[in-house]
Structure formats: C-alpha cells, structure tokens
Write a protein that binds this ligand. Sequence first.
Ligand SMILES: *Cc1c(COP(=O)(O)O)cnc(C)c1O
Length: 403
Amino acid sequence: MSAPDDRKPLTKLAQAGRKPEWTGMPGQPGAIVSAPVWRASTILYDDVAHLRKAAGSSTHERLFYGRKGTPTAWSLADALTEMESGAAGTMLYPSGVAAISCALMAVLKPGDTLLMVDSAYDPTRNFCEHMLKPYGIETIYYDPCDTARLALHLEDPAVRALFLESPGSLTFEVQDIPALCALAHEKGVVTLLDNTWATPLYFPALSHGIDISILACTKYIVGHSDVMMGSVTATADWFGKIRQTAYLFGQMVSPDDAWLASRGLRTLGVRLKQHQDSALAIAHWLKQQPDVARVLHPALPDCPGHDLWRRDFSGSTGLFSFVLDGGDEAARAALIDGLAHFGIGYSWGGFESLALPVDPARYRSATTWAAEGPAVRLHIGLEDTADLIADLDAGLARFRAAR
Ligand SMILES: *Cc1c(COP(=O)(O)O)cnc(C)c1O
C-alpha cells in the first residue's frame, strides 16, 4: 500500500503495519488484510551460509529467532511507529511496567540522576526506589505544575533524564510538555513520557518534544481487558539504545498477544471518541452533585493544567477521578460496593466501566495532596451513560446515608 505522508491519524490506524511481505506469500498475488499470528521459536535456514548471514544482519525486522519477533509483532510495532511522526521505531514489552523500566535502563547509568514527576504511576516510583537506587541512580521527584522549580533541578549536571506523565496518575495534572522538553534539551537531558492516557491519537508525543514515548498498551491500544503489553516509541537518536536494551533484557511479546493488540488498535479512534463523550457527560454530571467536592478531569476548566490540555491535546479519554465532600473510607466503600455497572478493579482502558478507591497522598513526596474527602477513580466504558449516571446517583445516595 503506497500512502502519502499527510494521512490523517484515523487513516493511519486503518492502514498502518500492513506490509505486503507480512500479509501475503512471496510470488503469489493477493494478500490478507491483517498480519496473521506467526508463532515461532526456531527459524530454519537453507544452509550454514544463510544462517551466518542472518546472524550478521543488522536488519531489525527479519526472521532470526523467535525472541526477536515475527511479522505479527513487527506489524503492531510498525503501526505504533506510524502513529508518531518523528519516530524511528517501536519496541514491544510484556507489560506497561516492563516498557517503563526498560526505557529507564536504556537511558541511565550509575551516577546519573533522574527527574521523575511526583504524580507518576505508583509502580514507576517503585522501580526508581527498588531498582534504580541500589544501582546508584538517584531519583528527584518534581511538582508537575512547577516549571520554574524544574528548571532549577536541571542545573544539576548529574541529571540525565526527565520523566513525565501527563495527565498524572490518579490526580490528572497536565504538564507543560513542550516547555519542559525545551528546558531539558538545553541541558542535553533526554525526555521520556508515559502517554498511556492520551495515546498518540490525542497526543502525538514526539512532535511535542518528547524523545521516548511509552504506552501501557494493556489499556486503550488493546482496549478489551484481555492482554498485557507495553511499547516504547523513540526518535532516531534514541531508538538504537532502546532496541539494544530490550534485546539485552530478552523482552518480547507473544504473537497471539500482538495480534490481539493490533486488532484493538484498528478501532482505537471510534472507541476513544465514545470514551471521551461518555466520560465528559459523567464528569459534568458529577460536578453538579452536592456530595462531590471536585472532579479531576483535564477537560474541566478547574483541573490543574487545563489550559495546557486545551493547547496540546486533541481529545480526552475515559479515565478521571472525583473527590467526595467529606465522608470517610467506609462511606466511600458504600458508594462503590453497590455499583451495578462499574467493576471494582485495577487497570482500565477496556470497554467496561470501573470504579476504584484511590488515595493519592500515599504516592507523593515533592508535593502534598490535600482533599475535602476520599477520592474515587472512574474508567468510563462503552455502556449507555444514562445507566452509568443512574448507578452513580444511587451510589451517592448510599454515600450520604453512610457518612
Ligand atoms: C497501567 C499503567 C501502566 C502499567 O501498565 P501495565 O501493562 O499494567 O504494566 C503504566 N502507566 C500508566 C499510566 C498506567 O495506567
């Protein structure tokens, strides 16, 4: 398929990763639509000369040994690369956390300092504490909303990498990504972003100054709560290092999982649009409820960094939090426990709605989290919003009775 470079993102989602050599057979006319599942460990060669040639090849997408992937995974990686203009390539990992930890290991060495956003996903913080620290890599946490303070941290010559997550996990602060990247690059500091919430569809990270963009594909790329996967997409300056580190750690994904993730990717556009519309309707409804003190959603004007979200993002997705006005742990549990249409569980990004009690104060060190009451994180799935609102309305009644 020869496609011009000015294709819009939705067109790319439909076309990306479908190279004829992955969807057809050599010398035969015709091709199937999507790359099939190629399961392999051993690759057989015609003779020793061909085996040696394959081992010496520097080509990335080439049958060599199962650990280096087959066309099923390459097709998915290629499609994710196409979604990020300015990307040189994408590596795949068995989870989002594996993608984050491998990306950090690729850019840091003992003696370096990492600047980590204080609103980062909790397991990202754990990796810094329990893996980087014992290897002599220091982590300094920074306020997602304080650019001036970050500039001061960047004066430290030991700082090698700046990690961003925007909006932040649980509390959804939006960072000034282009400004922070410009400051970092002035000092020769590499920038990494956990872009799981927006995906490249609503925030193409590399064209906003990010060097290395990370996704927990487990969430919206897969979209059906049935596969764990992560990805790292990088510029030409960094992709070689990212790929080498992934190979050194033996990171790979199963072809069946890659195939499911590719299938999910094709419908990312329509799914995100619906997640966005439904989540906004519910966020606005929650904002009007007297028992709700605050709704933490980047598309609402009072969310920290809302203006940055409007400037930089082309959409919002289905994940946000709200803070109850007073009440305790038991009252919050009364709200959540009786919900009929929301599952209680970790992860998000599937077609189904979820509700989770969250306590952001526990995962902060550079900033403090003070709130009017306990908080709940919602993932708004693809159900009818009228059902979801009625369910939350009954939940708030239980909260009132229990507080
Ligand atoms: C879930 C999540 C991850 C980790 O992904 P897993 O596939 O569960 O390992 C990373 N970052 C964010 C923001 C997440 O929500």
